[in-house]
Design a protein around this ligand. Structure first.
Ligand SMILES: [Fe+2]
Ligand SMILES: [Fe+2]
Length: 484
């Protein structure tokens, strides 16, 4: 008898050890339930956890029933009574006790006989929850020894539950902090809103596809739940560094900023007015001097027309060049230089129509950013890395800065900022690169850029894989993960 008791106490201590390392609340509750059943030889057990904010007990697991959440007000039913009075309740026959709610048996078709319900007391003696055991297997009522054993188990379980709940609360806090950071990035650039969340979703889906891979180079690679979480956080925060990119670069829509094109428009208007003014002034001078025969008015008129037409054509050309979707032709630069070389009337005498910087900006071959602006934009990865590195991540999240840092690296070493190659790029970053490109192509984010279809985007990615920029094996899994 004594050895059996010792055996059970030893088993409680063994389980207690396992409990302290389990931070997943559901897994922990399952562990406690299993042990509780064995310790008091019960047919069924239920654990109720106290929610002090609402003064209710909740249970996520009920053996023999489906997994669902039951809520019970403090003081109600057997478990509610135990929690309220912080005392064990031991009942030989439930149907003889008023506190027992027969409705549960009616719903489940189970027949409750004996009940033993013990408070789970935290280190300060406060109630953390209740363990309830039903029907001792030998059909005898639960005895004093069972009470003692269940209390002992409850004591160990209480600290583990508190620990797991604290862990869960920290995770919730952390998750909301990350969401707040994502909101901060997307508030600066509303057109890309939802990008981080979508990249995170696509990245995790691809990592899960890696987990399912049975052949190929990723057949042996497995992401644990923690690895997946690490990847998700890294993906949510991958573009956070954009908070460090100047607004004018971050949301630049055209090659010239709105104020630059406005300035240019005014310069054209001024030039136009100047040409007309000079022409009429000249004509008046000629008329006054009585030398009209020297310069026929028609000729002057034709000259003026030609100059004004040239200005209008140049302006239309500049407006076209300003748009980022326009792929520059070879002679664009040449023509811009010609326009830039035109000397036109300005506030202070004659001036060239375009400045060097305007010619440079309008000659941007692709997109809206000049080389220096592109560099500032690309610098967002460095900002991301610096920001993420300053956070004291726990051990299982410690690769977040490194993964996010490498999301613009390409396998051939032509990525940035470190020009890493092949395997030097962390797997998480190679996954994220595919998700990032796919979302950038398919998102309805820029007014001037129509979203690409899924097929077209996959075509672009396939081309990049063929050129050795992104991981072709991952791309195959990615396509599978998206069409599933
Ligand atoms: Fe990025
Ligand atoms: Fe991105």
């Amino acid at each position: 008898m004594l050895s059996r008791r010792l055996e059970k106490l030893t088993s409680i201590l063994e389980v207690a050890k396992a409990m302290t390392v389990q931070t997943d609340l559901d897994a922990l509750l399952a562990l406690i339930l299993l042990e509780a059943k064995q310790v008091v030889d019960a047919d069924r057990c239920t654990i109720y956890v106290l929610d002090p904010d609402s003064d209710t007990l909740w249970s996520r697991l009920a053996q023999g029933l489906e997994t669902r959440e039951i809520r019970l007000p403090l003081g109600q039913g057997i478990a509610g009574t135990v929690a309220l009075h912080n005392q064990v309740v031991n009942i030989a026959d439930a149907y003889q006790d008023d506190r027992f709610d027969r409705a549960v048996d009616e719903v489940t078709g189970y027949r409750t006989g004996s009940i033993l319900a013990a408070p789970m007391r935290g280190t300060r003696g406060d109630v953390v929850g209740v363990i309830q055991a039903l029907n001792r297997l030998d059909e005898r009522p639960f005895d004093a020894e069972d009470e003692e054993l269940l209390m002992a188990l409850g004591g160990q379980a209480a600290s583990a539950i508190q620990n797991a709940m604290l862990h869960e609360a920290i995770e919730v806090l952390f998750e909301s902090f990350i969401r707040a950071s994502v909101t901060a990035i997307e508030a600066r650039d509303p057109v890309t809103s939802g990008h981080s969340e979508r990249v995170a979703r696509l990245s995790v889906a691809l990592a899960e596809a890696v987990n399912r891979a049975e052949s190929g180079p990723y057949a042996e690679v497995r992401f644990s739940p923690q690895d997946l979480r690490e990847l998700r956080y890294a993906a949510l925060l991958h573009d956070f560094g954009k908070v460090g990119v100047p607004e004018a670069v971050l949301v630049k829509e055209n090659k010239l900023q709105p104020w630059q094109i406005e300035q240019l428009r005014l310069r054209f208007a001024l030039a136009r007015a100047g040409l007309e003014r000079d022409h009429y002034r000249r004509r008046a001078e000629i008329r006054e001097a009585g030398r009209a025969a020297e310069a026929p008015p028609d000729e002057g008129e034709r000259d003026l027309r030609a100059q004004l037409d040239l200005l209008d054509q140049s302006w239309r050309f500049i407006e076209r060049c300003n748009r980022p979707e326009l792929r520059q032709e070879e002679d664009t630069c040449e023509r811009l230089r010609q326009i830039g070389g035109l000397q036109v009337p300005a506030e202070q005498g004659m001036e060239p129509l375009l400045t060097e910087r305007e010619i440079e900006l309008l000659s941007i071959p692709r997109g809206s950013l000049a080389a220096d602006e592109r560099q500032e934009m690309e610098h967002h990865v460095v900002h991301t890395f610096r920001y993420l590195r300053s956070i004291p991540w726990t051990k299982n999240l410690c690769r977040i800065p490194e993964i996010a840092h490498a999301h613009h690296e390409r396998l051939d070493g032509n990525g940035y900022p470190q020009a890493l190659r092949g395997d030097q790029i962390p797997l998480g970053s190679r996954i994220m690169a595919i998700a990032d490109i796919y979302d950038a192509l398919t998102a309805h984010d820029r007014p001037y850029k129509p979203a690409m279809s899924h097929q077209a985007a996959i075509g672009v990615l396939a081309e990049e894989a063929a050129r050795g920029l992104i991981d072709a094996d991952l791309l195959v899994l990615f396509i599978g993960s998206i069409t599933e």
